[in-house]
Design a protein around this ligand. Structure first.
Ligand code: UD1
Ligand code: CA
Length: 394
């Protein structure tokens, strides 16, 4: 399959009114990363080039995606006239003659690269159009897959369904793979004579079927196609993402005593044989080596923790906290932009910010660094082996 070229078009121009937000819908984060970036990453992992169709908040969307996908092409859909119209905004890219065209939605953040790859495989086997379907007991709102004699003949949008069609539980997940040779011709043939007056890319199915092309449906799990329209669905997607990552972490050798209470960021890294106790939150940018312990109720972001170090319970590590091997940061301690060197202890009710604490130093209870004079932060340096008595303000 790797010898087939592929373009993945990510549709992200929708309004997202049901989010009731000033932020464009596709920029709402899952595990701290905008949902559209999750989709773009899956598309890149499935192989090939990616083009993004933005509309609402296009500049913001572009800026959010660019760092994660250098060189991604962004097209702007000025007027939202439907999904086929959106795809056609990328006609210049599609027309470059790719073997495969994938179309995915920017608000379906849990789509996985292997589902995209599976759809591409069907193209490689000779299908012209592949639709990713899923089964649900609550099909209202989704396009229904209309099959006849084992072949997919049409997708009917919910609003256009007859009562009988409304009972179909095999639904369109939104993702489509189309043979690159036919893609533009099929999209161009779509009309807007439906209940919403939109150009639906789902009509490609009936058009292709009538032209004698091979149209098939694959079945994906619900998480792959979970579309986010409101904040309840956003929370549902977050929960599924967290569950996936907890499992990956455990299978890679990390002990989670109460997995359901640990929250990861998209970029959390933890080495094997580290133990994470209940109720720990990892914000962005945390790297933990193997063999460390993160005790209960700790909150970490932008922190680095080396082998054998211990954090918490009730510790807060803020950006720039850097704990060397066997360092300890205990209960009700906050560390920011500070190196705690090998074997040093900061154990009780302490704030260490903009500081360097030498190896094996011992910082007494209630110690704080107060090195900000209102204008600049003056780094506090404490040498190796120093003993700082309790209740010191440095
Ligand atoms: C779509 C499918 C439906 C499927 C459902 C799965 C169509 C016509 N319908 O319906 O069969 O069951 O997804 O969730 O495809 N967009 C644009 N520009 C537009 C219109 C939409 O970029 O002019 C983008 C949206 O941002 C969104 C995606 O396309 O990411 C889907 O559009 P949406 O209006 O949400 O389609 P649904 O009604 O959910
Ligand atoms: Ca939708």
């Amino acid at each position: 399959m790797t010898d087939r070229s592929c373009l993945c078009v990510v549709l992200a121009a929708g309004e997202g009114t049901r989010m009731k937000s000033a932020l464009p819908k596709v920029l709402h984060p899952i595990a701290g990363l905008p949902m559209v970036v999750h989709v773009v990453r899956a598309a890149l992992a499935a192989g090939g080039d990616v083009a993004l169709v933005a509309g609402n908040g296009a500049e913001k969307v572009k800026a959010a995606v660019a760092p994660h996908a250098p060189g991604i092409e962004v097209f702007v859909q000025e007027q939202r006239l439907g999904t086929a119209h959106a795809v056609l905004q990328a006609r210049e890219a599609i027309g470059r003659g790719y073997d495969d065209l994938l179309v995915v939605f920017g608000d379906t953040p849990l789509v996985q690269a292997d589902a995209l790859a599976a759809a591409r495989r069907r193209l490689a086997e000779g299908a012209h159009v592949v639709v990713m379907g899923f089964r649900t007991d609550a099909p209202a709102g989704y396009g229904r897959l209309i099959e006849r004699e084992g072949r997919l003949v049409a997708i009917r949008e919910d609003r256009d369904c007859s009562d009988e069609e409304k009972r179909i539980t095999f639904c369109n997940g939104g993702l489509m793979a189309i043979s690159g040779a036919h893609a533009l011709e099929l999209m161009n043939a779509v009309r807007n004579d439906n209940a919403k007056g939109e150009f639906y890319m789902t009509d490609v199915v009936a058009i292709a079927h009538e032209a004698g092309l091979t149209v098939v449906a694959t079945e994906a799990s619900y998480d792959n196609v979970l579309g986010i329209n409101n904040r309840a669905e956003l929370a549902e997607a977050e929960a599924i993402w967290q569950q996936r990552r907890r499992r990956e972490m455990m299978l890679s050798g990390v002990t989670l005593l109460d997995p359901g209470s640990v929250h990861f960021s998209h970029d959390t890294e933890i080495g094997p044989d580290t133990v994470v106790e209940p109720h720990v939150v990892f914000g962005p940018g945390v790297k933990i080596a193997g063999g460390a312990v993160i005790h209960a109720f700790s909150h970490l972001e932008g922190a680095t923790v080396a082998k054998g170090a211990a954090v918490g319970p009730f510790a807060r590590l803020r950006p720039g906290a850097d704990l060397a091997e066997d360092a300890k940061v205990g209960n009700f301690c906050e560390v920011k932009q500070a190196r705690i060197d090998t074997g040093a202890k900061v154990n009780h009710l302490t704030y260490i910010g903009d500081a360097v604490i030498g190896a094996k130093a011992n910082i007494g209870a209630g110690t704080i660094t107060c090195n900000y004079d209102g204008f600049s932060k003056h780094v506090t340096e404490i040498g190796a082996g120093a003993f700082i008595g309790s209740n010191s303000a440095l």
